[in-house]
Design a protein around this ligand. Structure first.
Ligand SMILES: Cc1cc2nc3c(=O)[nH]c(=O)nc-3n(C[C@H](O)[C@H](O)[C@H](O)COP(=O)(O)OP(=O)(O)OC[C@H]3O[C@@H](n4cnc5c(N)ncnc54)[C@H](O)[C@@H]3O)c2cc1C
Length: 415
């Protein structure tokens, strides 16, 4: 296919935006299509943390053992809304099956490959668009409240060390020096000195989009109803008509299932609903993203304020957000940052859909029959982290360049 070929990128979240820009760099004429303005899906409200140390898939024996307790805790990090339970069961069965040690090892290896390449890929992307200041070498702190869980921290540090991920066990004065506003009753923490964050995920999307347009990219704000692929072109059926492209890439995050069904692929993607609170003007309370190992939520200092994010609610794409989840996030944030409790600052509440496959790996691949139709979606909790490297990988597949990472684990027909 000639490099000036027309390409539709469907979905303007952080994955679609990075993909559209990477395709432009390779000389494609790109049309980006979204039913909404860019960056308003999951990419809008994430924790902005580049979580390259999350190398384990979500489904492991350890997570499955912890699940019942998490479900029973009213402020717990896991929820299965009753109204969606019957719909999620087949996915849950696959998720449970993915906890087999062999599957975990394979998924971990694939996540390691992506995560190791993630920050250099972001650096290349941000340097190219003149936005290098977005990525900050912030470090990350994973905290424990219970002294009885000191061994957990040590075991985790030793585990990560095997994969070359550096941590420092901190407590007392060192912990207070790193994060003075944290509750003094915290017991200990792991400090990740090499970790990075973005300053603000939505602003990042707007920056990517602005450069895409400056470089001649076209944006069409329309919903895509279906895809009509054949050997020579890809028809994109939109609300207001059909347009033909030389090739297309589907980057529609948690909404990808229906579009793939129409092209004969059944991909078990589910929405893991996550919530955030952003407390305006309070970012300076912390210096870096902070995760709680026990409460399983994260707080990040962003341009827009102090953001607390968390919850895995397996509730699909249609249910409205549940108010009690925001209350749970408040409860956790107050416990770690007591001074927030006295605050009257404005708080924004938001819920978004993480696109998650049972084995926790994204799909980055060609259609098995129509090589002009490609996919990059399903990045679960790591879509911001892995967006730039996924974009490089999928554009390598499109252009026939040798990919820098083995794409086999990300095949669309692996289920
Ligand atoms: C609370 C929360 C915290 C998170 N924290 C982090 C974090 O700190 N670090 C990290 O790496 N990741 C994090 N994530 C995950 C990350 O945000 C997602 O994995 C990532 O944003 C997915 O990006 P995407 O571009 O694939 O999807 P999205 O951003 O959801 O974009 C998909 C786009 O497709 C469009 N679309 C869908 N269907 C159609 C259609 N038929 N026609 C046209 N357009 C369509 C949508 O409108 C949307 O704009 C978090 C997620 C949540 C919810």
């Amino acid at each position: 296919m000639s490099r000036s070929a027309s390409l539709a990128v469907i979905g303007a979240g952080v994955v679609g935006l990075c993909t559209a820009l990477q395709a432009q760099r390779q000389g494609y004429e790109v049309t980006l299509i979204d039913r909404d303005e860019p960056g308003l899906g999951a990419s809008f409200g994430n924790a902005s943390y580049l979580a390259t140390e999350l190398i384990d898939p979500l489904s492991t024996c350890k997570t499955l053992r912890a699940a019942p307790r998490m479900l029973l805790d009213p402020n717990g990090p896991l929820a299965l809304p009753l109204g969606y339970l019957h719909r999620i069961l087949p996915w849950l069965m696959r998720f449970i099956a993915a906890a087999r040690p062999k599957c975990v090892a394979q998924a971990r290896e694939a996540l390691l490959q992506l995560n190791r390449a993630a920050l250099p890929a972001w650096q290349r992307c941000l340097d190219d668009i003149g936005a290098a200041e977005q990525m900050v070498a912030s470090g990350y702190l994973l905290v424990w409240e219970s002294a009885g869980r000191l061994e957990d921290a040590k075991t985790h540090a030793a585990y990560l060390q095997q994969w070359g991920i550096r941590t420092e066990l901190v407590s007392g004065a060192r912990l207070a020096e790193l994060e003075p506003e944290l509750a003094p009753r915290l017991s200990h923490a792991l400090y990740f000195p090499d970790a990075c964050q973005m300053r603000e995920p939505y602003r990042l999307c707007l920056q990517l989009f602005a450069v895409f347009k400056q470089r001649g990219g076209c944006f069409v704000k329309q919903g895509v109803r279906s895809i009509r692929p054949d050997e020579r072109s890809i028809g994109v059926v939109m609300v207001e008509g059909v347009r033909d492209f030389d090739s297309a890439i589907i980057c529609t995050g948690a909404w990808s299932r229906q579009l793939l069904k129409d092209v004969g692929l059944d991909v078990p993607i589910e929405a893991e609903r996550g919530y955030h609170l952003t407390v305006e003007g309070k970012a300076s309370l912390i210096k870096r993203p902070i995760g709680s190992a026990e409460r399983r939520f994260v707080m990040s200092p962003l341009k827009s304020g102090l953001r607390a994010v968390g919850m895995t609610e397996l509730g699909g794409l249609k249910l409205k957000p549940f108010k009690r989840r925001f209350a749970a996030l408040r409860h956790h944030a107050y416990a770690l940052l007591p001074s927030l409790r006295r605050d009257t600052a404005r708080v924004d509440e938001w819920m978004g859909h993480r696109p998650t496959l049972p084995d926790s790996l994204p799909v980055i691949d060609h259609h098995p029959r129509y090589s002009r139709l490609l996919f990059a979606f399903g990045h679960q909790h790591l879509g911001l982290t892995q967006a730039a490297i996924s974009a490089e990988l999928v554009i390598d597949l499109l252009s026939g360049a040798p990919p820098s990472i083995d794409p086999a684990p990300f095949r669309v027909d692996r289920f």
